[in-house]
Design a protein around this ligand. Structure first.
Ligand SMILES: Nc1ncnc2c1ncn2[C@@H]1O[C@H](COP(=O)(O)OP(=O)(O)OP(=O)(O)O)[C@@H](O)[C@H]1O
Ligand SMILES: [Mg+2]
Length: 609
C-alpha cells in the first residue's frame, strides 16, 4: 500500500522543526501573559469549586458516624442542606470558570492565529515556492486548534489537578497515614506509564499532523485544478490519490487512539488496585476497631478525588503531546524570517519616485546549483519603456521580480533614482511599482472590489474613469450587475481578455511611476487585442515601464530592447539599432508573418539543428 508515500518523517513540505515539550509550553505561555488576570480568575474559580467538592466526603463521614447514630433527623436535614449548598457552589463556580476560561482561551487563540497569518503574509515568496497552501492552511486552522485545546484544559485543569492532588494528599496523610501509604503504592507505575506515553506520543502526533497536511494539500490542489481533472478524465485517479492520503490520516489517527486505548484504561486499572488495597487494609482496621466506617468511606471518597486529577493529568499529557506537534508547526511559521527584517531602520523611497531604474551587475539564482541571472546591467531613464525578449525560461520574469523585491539579488545592486532598493522599505518600494501579470489574479469579489484594489480610497468616479481608460466599460456594462458583478474565484466568470483589462484598470488606479507588465501570451481576438493594447498604452504613458513582450508590435515601440538568453543579456538597443547589429534579434524580426516573438525563436532553433 502506498499510504505512507507522502509521510516520510522529514518531508520538508509538511514537517516542522522538532521542539521540546518545555519549549512549546514556554512559547505558549508567552501568549497567556497578557491575560494573566483571566487565567488567575479561572484558576481561582476552579480552586473554590474544588474546595466545595471537598465538603462531600467530610459531610458523608459526619452523617454516617455522628448523625445516624444519634437518630436526630433534624441534624440530618441540616447536613443535607449544607451538602446541597456545597454542590451548588461547586457548580456555580464551575460555570463561571467555564465562561471566563472560554473568553481567555479564545483571546489567546485569536492573537495566535492573527500573528501566524500576519507572519505568513510577510514571508518571502521563496518560502511559498517550497510549501503547499493546504499545509499552511492546516497549520493556521487545525494546528492552532490543537494548541487551543491544550489552553482550554491545560492551564486550568493542570493547575487545579496539581492543587487538588497536593490538597487531598495532605488530608489523606493527616487522617490515616497507613492507608495513605497504601494508596501511594501504584503511583510509581502511573509515573512510568506517563513517561512511556509522553516519550512515544510525540512521534505519533507528528505523523498524524503531517498526514493531515498532506491530505489537505491534495484537496486544495485538486479543488483548484478541478477543471483539469475533468478535462483529463482523471476523477478515478484523483479518487485513489485522495484515498491514499485519507488512509494515511486514518492510520495516523488510529495509531494515536490505539496507544490511548491501551494507556488510559491501564492507568485507570492501576489506580483501581490502589483503591482495592485501601479497602483491604481499611477493612482490617475497622475490624480491629482502629477506624470507623465513616472514616473509611470518607477516605475512599477522598481517594477518588486523588485519582481523578491523576487521570486528568494523563488526559492533559495527551493534549500536551498533540499541542506540541501542532505548536511546533505553528511556531515554524512564526519563527520564519520575514522578507527584509528590521525594515523600520531602512530609508523609505519617496511616495512618487522619478522612475530611473538601474541594474548593476546583478546575479541571481533560485537554488545554489543553478544560476538564473548572470551579470545583468542596464539603465532605464524615467518614462522609458524597456522591452524584455528572449526564449522561454531565459529569466525575463525572474529579472522583473527582483525589482519589487519579491526575491533578493545574490550579487549586484538595483537602484531606483539612485537609491539601493535592498536598503529601502518594501512598502515604499512596492507603492511605486504597479504590476500587470501574465495571468492576472482576481479576488473572489465584485468587479469594483477588484479594480479598487489599486487604491482602496478611490471614489466611484475614479473607479469608473480607470475602467474606461482600461477599455473595461463595454463589457462591464453588459454584466448583469455591472461593477457589482461577482467575478468568482480567481475571476473564473470572466474571459482572459476581460481579466486582463480589469488588472490594467487596477494598475491605472494605483498610478505608480514604475510599471511592470508581463504581457500575456494567450491570444485574444484582434478586436480585443486592440482594446488591450490601447489600454496598455494609456497605462504606460509617463511611467518607466518594463514589458516582457511577446508581440512584435509592442517591442517595436520600446526605447530599449534587452534580449535575454539563458540568464544573460546578449543584445540591447532600440529596434532599429538591433536590426543594424545583425544579431539574434534582427534575424527574429526578419522572419515574416509572426505576431509572437516566440515563434521566431522556435524557428531559429529548428533552423540551427
Ligand atoms: N520560483 C522558482 N523557483 C525555482 N526556479 C524557478 C522559479 N521560477 C522560475 N524558475 C526557473 O528560472 C528560470 C527562468 O524562469 P523565468 O520564469 O524567469 O523565465 P521566463 O524568461 O520568464 O520564461 P517565460 O517566457 O516562459 O515566462 C527557469 O529555468 C525556471 O525553471
Ligand atoms: Mg515569464
Amino acid at each position: 500500500m502506498s499510504s505512507n508515500e507522502y509521510l516520510t518523517e522529514n518531508d520538508p513540505m509538511f514537517s516542522a522543526k522538532k521542539r521540546t515539550t518545555s519549549e512549546i509550553i514556554r512559547r505558549v505561555s508567552s501568549y497567556l501573559w497578557p491575560y494573566k488576570g483571566l487565567a488567575l480568575a479561572t484558576i481561582a474559580c476552579a480552586v473554590v469549586s474544588l474546595l466545595c467538592a471537598f465538603a462531600f466526603p467530610r459531610l458523608t463521614q459526619y452523617i454516617i458516624d455522628d448523625v445516624i447514630n444519634t437518630g436526630d433527623t433534624s441534624q440530618l436535614d441540616i447536613a443535607i442542606l449544607i451538602l446541597i449548598a456545597a454542590f451548588f457552589l461547586r457548580d456555580f463556580f464551575n460555570s463561571i470558570r467555564i465562561q471566563v476560561n472560554n473568553y481567555f482561551e479564545q483571546n489567546v487563540v485569536f492573537d495566535m492565529r492573527r500573528e501566524v497569518y500576519a507572519r505568513l503574509q510577510r514571508l518571502p515568496l521563496q518560502y511559498y515556492d517550497t510549501r503547499a497552501s493546504g499545509d499552511l492552511m492546516t497549520r493556521v486552522i487545525e494546528d492552532v486548534n490543537a494548541v487551543e485545546r491544550l489552553l482550554i484544559d491545560g492551564t486550568e485543569q493542570g493547575t487545579v489537578s496539581i492543587i487538588s492532588i497536593l490538597g487531598v494528599l495532605t488530608i489523606l496523610f493527616a487522617t490515616n497515614p497507613i492507608l495513605a501509604g497504601a494508596a501511594m503504592i501504584p503511583i510509581p507505575i502511573l509515573i512510568i506509564g506517563a513517561m512511556w506515553y509522553t516519550l512515544t506520543a510525540h512521534k505519533r502526533y507528528r505523523k498524524q499532523r503531517q498526514a493531515a497536511s498532506a491530505m489537505n494539500s491534495l484537496l486544495m490542489d485538486n479543488l483548484q485544478g478541478v477543471r483539469e481533472i475533468k478535462a483529463f478524465g482523471k476523477e478515478k485517479h484523483e479518487d485513489s490519490r485522495f484515498t491514499d492520503r485519507a488512509e494515511a490520516m486514518r492510520q495516523g489517527t488510529l495509531t494515536i487512539m490505539r496507544a490511548w486505548a491501551f494507556y488510559n484504561p491501564s492507568m485507570s486499572f492501576v489506580a483501581a488496585t490502589g483503591t482495592g488495597l485501601v479497602l483491604w487494609i481499611g477493612g482490617g482496621q475497622i475490624m480491629n476497631d482502629q477506624m470507623s466506617v465513616g472514616e473509611l468511606v470518607a477516605f475512599l471518597f477522598y481517594l477518588a478525588l486523588f485519582y481523578d486529577p491523576i487521570s486528568k493529568l494523563h488526559g492533559l499529557n495527551q493534549m500536551l503531546q498533540s499541542a506540541r506537534a501542532g505548536g511546533e508547526r505553528v511556531f515554524d511559521i512564526i519563527d520564519a524570517t520575514e522578507e527584509r527584517e528590521n525594515f523600520e531602520g531602512l530609508n523609505p523611497l519617496p511616495n512618487k519616485v522619478r522612475g530611473e531604474v538601474k541594474y548593476d551587475e546583478v546575479h541571481f539564482n533560485y537554488s545554489k546549483d543553478k544560476s538564473t541571472l548572470k551579470n545583468i546591467s542596464f539603465l532605464a531613464k524615467p518614462g522609458q519603456m524597456i522591452a524584455l525578449v528572449g526564449p522561454t525560461g531565459a529569466g525575463k520574469t525572474t529579472l522583473i521580480n527582483l525589482l519589487p523585491g519579491f526575491y533578493e539579488t545574490n550579487q549586484g545592486d538595483i537602484t531606483i533614482d539612485g537609491q539601493n532598493i535592498a536598503k529601502t522599505s518594501l512598502e515604499s518600494l512596492r507603492k511605486n511599482i504597479s504590476t500587470v501579470s501574465q495571468e492576472p489574479f482576481l479576488f473572489n469579489g465584485s468587479v469594483r472590489e477588484n479594480i479598487s484594489y489599486g487604491n482602496l480610497n478611490a471614489s466611484q468616479n475614479e473607479i469608473i474613469a480607470a475602467a474606461k481608460a482600461a477599455n473595461c466599460d463595454n463589457f462591464i456594462n453588459e454584466l448583469p450587475e455591472g461593477l457589482d458583478t461577482k467575478v468568482g474565484e480567481r475571476g473564473v466568470r470572466l474571459s482572459v481578455g476581460e481579466k486582463q483589462r480589469i488588472s490594467i484598470a487596477r494598475a491605472l488606479l494605483k498610478d505608480s511611476p514604475i510599471l511592470i507588465l508581463d504581457e500575456a501570451t494567450a491570444s485574444v481576438d484582434t478586436a480585443t487585442e486592440r482594446l488591450i493594447q490601447q489600454a496598455l498604452e494609456r497605462l504606460m504613458s509617463g511611467r518607466t515601464s518594463f514589458v516582457i513582450a511577446h508581440r512584435l508590435s509592442t517591442i517595436r515601440n520600446a526605447d530599449q530592447i534587452l534580449v535575454l538568453k539563458s540568464g544573460s543579456i546578449i543584445e540591447r538597443g532600440s529596434h532599429d539599432e538591433l536590426i543594424k547589429q545583425q544579431g539574434l534579434y534582427s534575424r527574429l524580426a526578419r522572419i515574416q508573418n509572426t505576431t509572437f516573438i516566440e515563434e521566431g525563436f522556435e524557428r531559429l532553433e529548428s533552423d540551427n539543428k
